[in-house]
Design a binder for this molecule. Structure first.
Ligand code: ZN
Length: 112
């Protein structure tokens, strides 16, 4: 969390996405259109990655974690490990559910 009493950091000199030069007043890249600093697109922010990954992207949310400019590499690795762990856990639960359905169907049709 950033301290709200601190002034915002100076604008980066280069676009985080395409790497081209920015004017100090630019809030969006003039070449690729990506938001800079606090104008980063919602799905590259932490809450956006959480929402997009939780509501549909699943393991594909790793793409957002890899590309986001708001995290340093150690934080990206932590997020990637968390997404991978949840994906494995959900996959295991799905596997258990399939086994249970097969068992119930097997009992109903007299197999066993
Ligand atoms: Zn750019």
């Amino acid at each position: 969390m950033e301290d709200a009493s601190l002034p915002p950091p100076p604008a980066p000199a280069l676009c985080w996405d395409c790497g081209r030069a920015l004017e100090p007043a630019d809030r969006f890249c003039r070449f690729c259109g990506q938001g800079q600093g606090e104008h980063v697109t919602w799905y590259y922010r932490r809450w956006g990655i959480l929402v997009a990954t939780g509501l549909g992207l699943g393991p594909f949310g790793l793409v957002l974690v890899r590309r986001t400019p708001v995290m340093a590499p150690p934080e990206k690795w932590a997020w990637a490990a968390g997404i991978a762990a949840v994906t494995v856990w959900l996959g295991y639960r799905l596997y258990q559910a399939v086994l249970m359905v097969k068992a119930v169907l097997g009992m109903a049709s007299g197999q066993f």
